[in-house]
Write a protein that binds this ligand. Sequence first.
Ligand SMILES: Nc1ncnc2c1ncn2[C@@H]1O[C@H](COP(=O)(O)OP(=O)(O)OP(=O)(O)O)[C@@H](O)[C@H]1O
Length: 277
Amino acid sequence: MDSIIEVNGLTKTFGKNKALDQINLKIQHKEMTALLGPSGSGKSTLLRHLSGLVFSDKTQDGKIQVLGKTVQSQGRASGQVRNCRAQAGYIFQQFNLVNRLSVMTNVLIGALNYTPFWRTITGNFTKQQKAEAMAALERVGMQDFAHQRVSTLSGGQQQRVAIARALMQKARIIFADEPIASLDPESSRIVMELLSDINQREGIPVIVTLHQVDHALKYCQHVVALRDGKIFYQGESAAIDKLALAELYGSKSEMNLEVGVEEQPISLGRAPLSLIS
Ligand SMILES: Nc1ncnc2c1ncn2[C@@H]1O[C@H](COP(=O)(O)OP(=O)(O)OP(=O)(O)O)[C@@H](O)[C@H]1O
């Protein structure tokens, strides 16, 4: 099987700041992967490179492939980059929906990639597309809100609509950048469970950046941890230990390593952690 993600020699410099430093990464499973690391470690920058939204430094060996297609190489977009963007669904912290439009129209926007141009400018979606959009809304439990304006929804509901839009897009992979950062705990749980369920049932790989280590360990079978723009850990979530996490976030002193599971939240830098056994 082709790798889901293959990154070679990825370096990204902003001015004098090396945000990513010679990243080599291979993900060959379809299970959920959490991108972890302290603030500024390069998580979002890596995700944007995978999405083909940002291009790396022009290094000789720099290359990124997603689902077997080259997104970019040597800091330049590949001929397949549009195709790569079309196959990826994006979930952002700020939902990225069009507030003044209805929930249904926002989901239908997911179909734009494979809809003839004349239909997109007239907003003339087919009956079948509308049925698919409603099915996507049902999948995320938002069918009753189909004709409501997005601006009237809560943050958690908006994020579920954004997930429905990715399904409508027929995304073959989902990149989620801090999807629960602005949500309350209950909405966060619903969104993470939904992403996990879609990953397991539809078999769509999900790569998600998170600050909440407890959510990462609970919902994601795999972790890629970054520190100072370098890979610090890659492996199964179950295998990562508390000491490694403390080292990752550089805040051992803030962490009571003897603390029992779940009863007491442990702070890891910005990341609240109630460790799961
Ligand atoms: N467009 C940009 N211009 C300049 N510097 C940037 C830009 N994007 C990211 N950086 C820098 O690159 C580094 C990595 O940033 P990035 O946002 O990827 O980190 P992160 O791990 O996602 O952080 P956070 O968890 O706080 O979102 C930081 O030092 C950041 O300031």
